[in-house]
Design a protein around this ligand. Structure first.
Ligand code: NOJ
Ligand code: CA
Length: 678
């Protein structure tokens, strides 16, 4: 080992010690990324956009628990460059075809002392931003990388505003967004979105979080942020052997919100589909034995209030069949919910039903009705109990015709119970640490083997792995509609316009909308108009969309119910027509299976008029627009009657026409635009 290190050092001496590589530019030339080493040999990068500094000199490197840092004493050894221009097709998604056009630079740094160690940094520069990752070669001088901390910095060149949720806090990702100066952020989860004074929009996140710990962004001084890896029960936050790559550190860059919204950089940085044909998963709308538990009308646990009974489930299956929904989620069907289930994750069985839930009868009935049961695995964060049951649990569902399973990890942050890596017993882990990154992928892989799709709640964040594993169809990782039942506070009206430009940039969310009664637990008001509930099916993208309200409430709103049954959950294209981070969003999506378009809008606590041109329609074609909008006097923060004021109307429209629709406080609208047969 010593000898090869010496030869390496000698070989390096013979090379010119470059201080800086030539910049790599985005295809349109607007973004430039530089790499270099400073006077102490600290590797760094900088980013300019339109010639103006965006990310000032920012260090790259690592601390280890058992080896000297990879921080100083580096020289630039070599570089490779490449360009790519291609297109690929999503099996399902917010658009069918994804263009991937980027320039790439990989620079290899070598640190001569105390032992020669190499580190490659690969950057891909797109018109919409950049992604870079570290690549560790197999090297005798670092056979195992026990990473104590990743030292990647992001030094903003100028201040602006930021929308973010705190990292490292007990409720995982389920927080309301904060809007502060960039210079006032503490430690944030990603995506964190920024708007600089000149209007430049940025969003920091990561792509392809595989066998590594999730990255938080901690502001260490002024406008300088540093990666902070989610903790681990072990000494090192990440342990990897041999050659490996880190996730990509990504920065979306755009002139305005539309450029952030229509940006496929994260997906492009993930590896292509490894599952092949996943046509067994169909994008869909579903109902559930779910909202009634959140309202405390029934219970997950057994006894007289048990929600997941055979009779109640059959009633829901009949309702789904009658109204055109593909699935029925049933929670609380399996043994283990009694007592304080938050604390008793060790008691869950994923194969044994409560005696009043006849899973065979339920799935037989569903099959006859052309509906599927949607499975549920709540773990209460106890993966030590779940993992040994996983294969049998998925096999049982597969045998019964269930092909979509919702998982859950209700536990405080840091409260995941995992099997001890060595010996007996358990250890505590974080929801987004390396162990959970491994766990989630394992679940997705086992599920794929059984042709089952996964929708994870209290999950790790989305980093675009749906490209590689298209059966990972949705997840939560934000405050969903459950908070409208019992949240303190309920989701305020700016929550969704904030999520559109933050959390939802990461990927699909199982937001579980569709509460037409607009009432939470105990009849408490939900801040929303009725029309806004319809807007969610267009504004919040997911290939699975719940219609959450109780069947007896849904039938009171036949037009709205029929809209939710008809609205697609799979799109050929998606565009932001108008919007401002945290304030409002107007989104148009084209159905993947027809020539119809849908437009949805939501606003915050300000009433607003959405005006948008129908430029995206085909020339020469007449369409009928069916508009569901806030009616006169509608008010999402007002009395129940005002919240329910809705107008349904139709108009003929064509390309070049404009629509102007009033959105009430906490209001919104949904429009379907269908071609008229000619
Ligand atoms: C929290 C999830 O977000 C919710 O949808 C589910 O009903 C409960 N956990 C119980 O699993
Ligand atoms: Ca949740």
């Amino acid at each position: 080992m010593r000898l090869s290190a010496k030869i390496l050092a000698l070989a390096l001496c013979l090379l010119p010690a470059l201080a800086q590589a030539q910049p790599v530019l985005s295809p349109d030339g607007r973004i430039a990324v530089d790499f270099g080493v400073d006077g102490e040999g600290v590797p760094f990068y900088t980013v300019k956009r339109d010639g103006k500094p965006l990310i000032a000199q920012s260090q790259l490197g690592f601390n280890f628990t058992d080896a000297p840092p990879m921080r100083r004493g580096f020289v630039l050894e070599s570089e490779t460059r490449a360009s790519h221009d291609g297109q690929w097709e999503q099996p399902w998604g917010e658009r069918r075809f994804i263009r991937d056009t980027h320039n790439e630079l990989a620079v290899t740094f070598v640190q001569a002392q105390p032992t020669a160690r190499r580190l490659t940094v690969r950057v891909r520069v797109f018109d919409g931003g950049i992604g870079f990752r570290y690549e560790f070669p197999e090297q005798a001088s670092l056979p195992v990388a026990n990473i104590a901390e990743e030292l990647t910095e992001f030094a903003l060149a100028r201040d602006g505003e930021a929308w973010w949720i705190q990292a490292g806090d007990s409720n995982r990702f389920e927080y309301l967004y904060q809007r502060t100066a960039v210079s006032a952020v503490s430690a944030a989860h990603t995506p964190i979105t920024m708007r600089l004074a000149d209007g430049t929009h940025l969003s920091f996140h990561e792509a392809a979080l595989v066998d590594y710990s999730g990255m938080w962004l901690r502001r260490i001084e002024g406008l300088r942020f540093r990666s902070e890896l989610s903790p681990s029960s072990q000494g090192a936050k990440v342990t990897r052997q041999g050659a490996f790559t880190t996730p990509w550190r990504t920065i979306l860059m755009a002139d305005g919100p539309a450029g952030l919204f229509r940006n496929d950089l994260q997906l492009n940085l993930n590896a292509p589909n490894v599952l092949g044909d996943v046509s067994w998963f169909k994008p869909q709308k579903y109902i559930g034995v779910w909202w009634e538990m959140h309202l405390e009308k029934t219970s997950w646990g057994s006894g007289p209030k048990h929600g997941a009974t055979t009779a109640n489930t059959l009633r829901h299956i009949d309702f789904a069949a009658e109204h055109g929904f593909a699935g029925v989620l049933v929670e609380g069907w399996n043994k283990g919910w009694d007592g304080n289930w938050f604390a008793n994750g060790k008691d869950f069985s994923f194969t044994q039903s409560y005696p009043d839930f006849d899973i065979g009868a339920v799935t037989d009935h569903a099959r006859r009705k052309g509906v599927r049961l949607i499975g549920h695995h709540e773990t209460a964060g106890n993966i030590a109990n779940y993992e040994p049951q996983l294969d049998a649990a998925m096999a049982l569902y597969a045998k019964l015709g269930v092909n979509l399973v919702k998982t859950g990890y209700v536990a405080d942050a840091g409260g995941i119970t995992a099997p001890a890596p060595v010996g007996e017993g358990t250890v505590m882990e974080w929801h987004d640490g390396q162990r959970m990154a491994q766990h989630h992928l394992n679940v997705v892989q086992v599920a794929a083997k059984h042709h089952i799709a996964v929708n994870a709640h209290e999950p790790i964040k989305d980093t675009g792995l749906r490209r590689t594993y298209p059966n990972w169809v949705a997840r939560e990782a934000a405050r969903g509609v459950e908070y409208d039942a019992w949240g303190e506070p309920r989701n305020p009206p700016d929550h969704v316009p904030e999520m559109v430009f933050t959390r939802l940039l990461a990927g699909p969310m199982d937001f579980t909308p569709g509460v037409f009664s607009l009432e939470g637990r105990g009849g408490t008001p939900i801040p929303s108009t009725l029309a806004r509930q319809l807007a969610y099916y267009i504004v919040v993208y997911s290939p699975i969309q719940m219609v959450a309200d109780l069947p007896e409430n849904l039938v009171k709103y036949p037009q709205e119910l029929s809209f939710t049954a008809r609205v697609p959950a799979d799109w050929a294209e998606s565009l932001l027509l108008d919007g401002a981070v945290g304030e409002y969003a107007v989104i148009a999506r084209k159905d993947r299976n027809s020539q119809s378009w849908y437009v949805g809008g939501v606003t915050d606590a300000e009433p607003r008029t959405a005006m948008f041109a129908l430029d995206f329609l085909e020339p020469g074609q007449t369409y009928v627009a069916t508009i569901h909008r806030d009616g006169e006097g509608a008010d999402g923060l007002g009395a129940q009657a005002a919240k329910h004021r809705i107008v349904h109307e139709t108009r003929h429209v064509k390309k070049g026409d404009s629509l102007s629709l009033l959105m009430a406080r906490a209001g919104g609208f949904a429009v379907s635009i269908e071609p008229v047969a000619q």
